[in-house]
Design a protein around this ligand. Structure first.
Ligand SMILES: Nc1ncnc2c1ncn2[C@@H]1O[C@H](COP(=O)(O)OP(=O)(O)OP(=O)(O)O)[C@@H](O)[C@H]1O
Ligand SMILES: [Mg+2]
Length: 507
């Protein structure tokens, strides 16, 4: 077989412009049969856009696409699917209140005498999950009862079943999966690969790229940097190609480390005592001091987000008390927290954060405006100054502050949420997974920013599922396990000890 025949897909000279943004410029991309190919680049580099051109969401301004030797013009995702191109998008759109089977067959339910044949639908769904992905679950249960990993598998099964898939596209499927779930997904990917499916995989986790991929294509600012054999490209080279900076710069960037691991000596700003809520998080004590970053480490489901929610007042405590700046707190509500000077940057930007139809500026000023009260409207000039300040500080890729936020790339939307809470200039900043979906370069910049904020005297609670970044940014680390705070570490921090504490295993 000649090299050309080996390609299931060739994209040539793809151009795609949005008002004010050249999202793709003369991009070439190839995919082989039975290959896992990572598409890499910073937030806003054009990865999702390239996928959307392939799947017919966007019509490119120029370029050619060849699938299995034939020129194609995809008109819609449905059309692309009929050609064998299946996609699981960055934001999975499934209905958690429907059953697994319903999610797979929604809109194309098997029918018998005009009505939906539930029995057949359940049997088909069970067989499909088993055959394609080797997953055995009760498909008559609602999807919401399963983990995000299983939900992801269901999205994949649905995508693959609609047609005889030649290509499977996964746009950041692992950003909310834990280690075990990620392994499960990789097993599925390898199985599909051995069946000859070509897989395009987008992720910001560099280690995952090296774990599963055969080749890597790097985009930067909408342009192709190159396509490489994974084996032949070092991590360092990959990152420097993505961010377009020299290795020396990179070294400096990724080397942010706490200058001191000493416990900060200052009065606590926030003190939670025996603070808890039945079923969510067991009563815990926690102090946050000015000038300090406290890391919150724990496995998925350990109660990280629950801790953030109760501290911020999204959920009320049913036991314990809180003292803020020496005064006892009585108003446990998000607005009460904002008024005191506490900010929570939430984990799930879709559910709790971003307002799609508002502009970048409107999204950024939202919490500040709510705090000031809607009667004291910030004047437009102040709004623009504030928005521009954070666009610059967080390196938000947008043509202007007036861009609807839904037009931003996933990672840049995440930065807008962060900006919203920074803009309230809080005394206490609770960050729940602030770098999820954010590219390596900006990730390092956000970690640096958190340390700078602490230097300015803020108290930060930094929550992350990546222990490495918790270690890097925290003066002190609290560990959660099974919805309980089980330990606190300060001084010389021992990574292994923390890992064992997180897992609940002895050393
Ligand atoms: N519908 C749209 N309208 C206007 N601009 C858009 C639209 N979709 C994407 N863009 C812009 O095109 C550029 C590329 O965005 P894209 O979503 O492809 O980035 P990405 O590489 O997937 O980034 P991320 O890692 O953050 O997901 C960005 O500047 C983005 O703001
Ligand atoms: Mg994207």
């Amino acid at each position: 077989m000649s090299e050309a025949n080996n390609y299931i897909l060739t994209m040539e000279g793809i151009d795609m412009a949005f008002p004010g943004v050249q999202a793709l410029e003369n991009v070439d991309f190839t995919l082989k049969r039975g290959e896992i190919h990572c598409l890499m680049g910073e937030n806003g580099a054009g990865k999702s856009t390239l996928i959307k051109v392939l799947t017919g969401v966007h019509k490119p301004d120029a370029g050619k696409m060849i699938l299995d030797g034939k020129v194609i013009h995809t008109k819609s995702p449905l059309h692309a699917q009929s050609l064998g191109i299946s996609t699981v998008y960055q934001e999975v759109n499934l209905c958690t209140n429907l059953t697994v089977a319903e999610n797979i067959y929604i809109g194309r339910e098997p029918r018998r005498l005009g009505s939906i044949d539930w029995v057949k639908m359940n049997i088909n769904a069970t067989n499909l999950l088993k055959r394609l992905l080797n997953v055995n679950i009760d498909v008559s249960k609602s999807l919401g009862t399963y983990t995000v990993a299983i939900q992801q598998m269901v999205a994949i099964a649905r995508a693959l079943d609609i047609s005889d898939a030649k290509i499977l596209i996964l746009d950041e499927p692992t950003s909310s999966l834990d280690l075990q779930e990620t392994k499960q997904l990789f097993m599925v990917m390898r199985k599909l690969k051995s069946d000859g499916v070509g897989i395009i995989f987008i992720t910001h986790f560099i280690s995952q790229v090296y774990e599963v991929s055969d080749r890597i294509t790097v985009l930067r600012n909408g342009k192709l940097v190159g396509t490489f054999e994974t084996k032949a490209l070092s991590r360092f080279e990959l990152i420097s190609k993505m961010i377009g900076r020299t290795l020396a710069d990179l070294d400096e960037m990724t080397n942010i480390k706490l200058k001191t691991s000493k416990r900060i000596q200052s009065e606590p700003v926030l003190e939670a005592k025996n603070f808890g809520r039945a079923g969510e998080i067991k009563p815990f004590d926690l102090e946050l001091h000015a000038g300090e970053v406290v890391g919150l480490a724990g496995l998925l489901g350990s109660g990280r987000t629950e801790t953030a929610s109760i501290l911020f007042g999204v959920d009320r405590p049913d036991t314990g008390s809180m003292i803020f700046n020496g005064k006892s707190v009585s108003d446990y509500s998000p607005l009460g927290s904002i008024k005191r000077g506490v900010a929570l940057c939430p984990e799930d930007r879709k559910a709790e954060g971003i307002v799609d139809d508002l502009t970048v500026r409107e999204n950024i000023i939202l919490a500040l405006q709510a705090n000031n009260g809607w009667l004291q409207y910030l004047n437009l000039q102040d709004q623009y100054e504030l928005a521009d300040k954070y666009i610059k500080m967080l390196n938000i890729a947008t043509p202007s502050a007036d861009q609807p936020v839904k037009n931003l790339s996933g990672g840049n939307q995440q930065k807008v949420i962060l900006a919203r809470w920074l803009a309230t200039n809080p005394q206490v900043l609770i960050l729940d997974e602030p770098t999820r979906g954010i590219d390596v370069g900006t990730k390092a910049e956000i970690q640096k920013l958190v340390l700078e904020l602490a230097d300015e005297g803020k108290a930060c609670l930094f929550i992350s599922s990546e222990l490495e970044e918790v270690l890097r940014t925290s003066h002190r680390i609290a560990v959660l396990r099974e919805r309980e705070k089980v330990a606190e570490f300060s001084g010389e921090i021992d990574e292994h000890k923390i890992m064992h504490t997180m897992a609940g295993s002895s050393e």
